[in-house]
Design a protein around this ligand. Structure first.
Ligand code: ADP
Length: 264
């Protein structure tokens, strides 16, 4: 089932409390949605309010850049949307499902099924071939060896690396390593891909190749993409920008201009 079909199927099931009134014409629920989320960290005897009431919605097929100065709360928000952390208050919904009711195992299971992650530092296993790196997430789903390999090969072909199956990370260029990481994020057919500075370790030409890969997958497969970036060109290519400052989403219409730069 493709991510889009998954989202549509989830939509057709509707939220449980409204199942008798489902409108077949209604648009599918957000791939992920945060409703008035706050996240505070205890530090010594004090407290840091990293998110101070943020609401965002990433729809199926969206392509969103999350931007803002260092320390504004981007990573904290990504972690909440990726179900790697829980808000201090507020709600995170995945395909319309309230995640507050899930225990840690339930959260991990939902994350594994619906969300793929791409990191700045690739995070591939060094002594493992591309195809085995990509197949890894499928082990946690209980897929058999043959199925794991077939799906990993298909994911590598989808990112243009069908000819690099048995290369280890050190035998690949930086851009190729990041495309292996994208294939690994995609192999479970997530409805949402979260990318934290995916081009941060790459030169501009290679970074552009990686962005083209992400854009094509978004366009052709309908997988929603949200990426954190400090790169103005990368942000400009996204369909939408969400700008943060001091733990809040800034309204683009009223925000003061953002000073772009290495720390913006
Ligand atoms: P960004 O990704 O925009 O740079 P972060 O989400 O990493 O911002 O951080 C937001 C704020 O929360 C910062 O002031 C940061 O120092 C603080 N913070 C982030 N993670 C922690 C943590 N685990 N413990 C304490 N403070 C944290």
């Amino acid at each position: 089932m493709s991510p889009l079909e998954g989202a549509q199927r989830a939509a057709s099931q509707g939220p449980p409390e409204a199942s008798s009134q489902v409108d077949p014409q209604a648009s599918p629920p957000a791939a992920v949605e945060a409703v008035d989320v706050r996240r505070s960290y205890r530090v010594g005897s004090g407290q840091v309010d990293a998110l101070r009431g943020v609401s965002v919605s990433i729809r199926p097929g969206d392509y969103v850049a999350l931007i803002g100065p260092s320390g504004s709360g981007k990573s904290t928000l990504m972690h909440l949307l990726g179900l790697l952390d829980r808000p201090t208050s507020g709600q995170v919904l995945v395909a319309g499902r309230d995640t507050r009711t899930l225990d840690d195992d339930g959260l991990a299971e939902l994350r594994n099924r619906t969300i793929g992650f791409v990191f700045q530092a690739f995070q591939l296993l060094a002594r493992t071939t591309a195809v085995d790196n990509v197949a890894l997430p499928l082990i946690y789903r209980g897929a058999g060896r043959r199925e794991r390999r077939d799906r990993a090969v298909a994911a590598l072909e989808a990112v243009g690396l069908g000819h690099r199956l048995d290369h280890r990370p050190a035998q690949l260029s930086g851009g190729e390593q990041q495309r292996v990481a994208i294939a690994r994020a995609l192999v479970g057919e997530p409805s949402l891909l979260l990318a934290d500075e995916p081009t941060g370790n790459l030169d501009s030409v290679t970074g552009a190749e990686v962005m083209a890969t992400l854009e094509r997958l978004n366009r052709e497969r309908g997988v929603a993409v949200m990426l954190v970036t400090h790169d103005r060109d990368v942000a400009a290519r996204a369909g939408r920008q969400i700008r943060m400052r001091d733990g809040l989403v800034v309204d683009p219409a009223t925000a003061a201009p953002v000073a772009w730069g290495p720390d913006s």
